[in-house]
Design a protein around this ligand. Structure first.
Ligand SMILES: [Zn+2]
Length: 255
């Protein structure tokens, strides 16, 4: 009898789920129009620009032609970052901005799995040799308002995909900073200088390890650079950076 009840209950639940699936078509995660399957619709997909090789081996900026391995972009030579390599899934343009804002400000945590999977694909080379993933932390006051850390949500998906472990508490934001939006490159750098730290008692967990810092967007790179400096001060062997989207001004020719 018990078995029969549970069978009926499970059949009912299945029927309810089916009814819900029919009643609620899957929507495009960017424009909210109905879509076949899951993810973004064909129109939004066409507008997303995935970053593919060839690109600068340091900064991950796409090149207009392939100069061969090891040739760096002008930016990487003029302004070498503290981190070793950066990779991004897409360029930060209209659709990418919609996705980032929805994840960050509209509680659209359902976007994290697909965005994280694209990041894991873009960062495959970095993930192969990594020991640990560290999301860019929010200051506790901002985390309190926003309820969750979008970089942490992306890092969880990447950790699951790549089996590289994740530590969301290793790096601390010890100083609340202004929003980076609207600041110049120099202002961005000084705004985040000294904002991140690995506490003394946790430095041994960083020592000698190859770490990937995870963030949603890379604009000037000042935030991830400050994170990399903090991890290198704690004796990380190497720090790489993996973001969902990065600003790319114009296609770059290698030098
Ligand atoms: Zn769409």
């Amino acid at each position: 009898m018990q078995a029969m009840v549970s069978l009926i209950r499970s059949a009912c639940m299945h029927a309810t789920k089916l009814a819900l699936d029919i009643a609620l078509p899957t929507l495009c995660i960017a424009c909210r129009e109905p879509v076949d399957g899951e993810g973004v619709c064909a129109a939004c997909w066409g507008k997303l620009s995935f970053i593919e090789p060839p690109c600068c081996p340091r900064l991950g900026i796409p090149f207009v032609y392939d100069p061969g391995p090891e040739l760096l972009s002008m930016e990487a030579i003029a302004n070498p970052p503290a981190y070793q390599r950066a990779r991004a899934a897409v360029r930060y343009d209209e659709v990418a901005r919609t996705l980032v804002h929805a994840l960050k400000y509209q509680d659209r945590t359902d976007l994290a799995p697909i965005m994280g999977r694209w990041m894991a694909r873009a960062g495959r080379e970095l993930l192969e040799s990594a020991d640990l993933l560290v999301p860019v932390p929010l200051h506790w006051r901002r985390a309190w308002h926003r309820r969750y850390n979008q970089s942490g949500a992306l890092a969880r998906i990447i950790a699951r995909q790549s089996r590289v472990p994740l530590d969301g508490d290793l790096l601390r934001r010890v100083r609340a900073t202004e929003q980076q939006v609207g600041l110049s490159r120099a202002q961005r750098a000084s705004n985040v200088q000294g904002a991140f730290q690995v506490s003394k008692e946790r430095q041994s967990e960083v020592n000698g390890r190859r770490i990937i810092v995870i963030d949603d967007v890379l604009t000037s790179g000042a935030t991830v650079d400050a994170c990399a400096r903090a991890l290198l001060r704690a004796k990380a062997a190497q720090v790489d950076v993996l973001v969902f989207a990065r600003v790319v001004d114009t296609p770059k020719a290698p030098i």
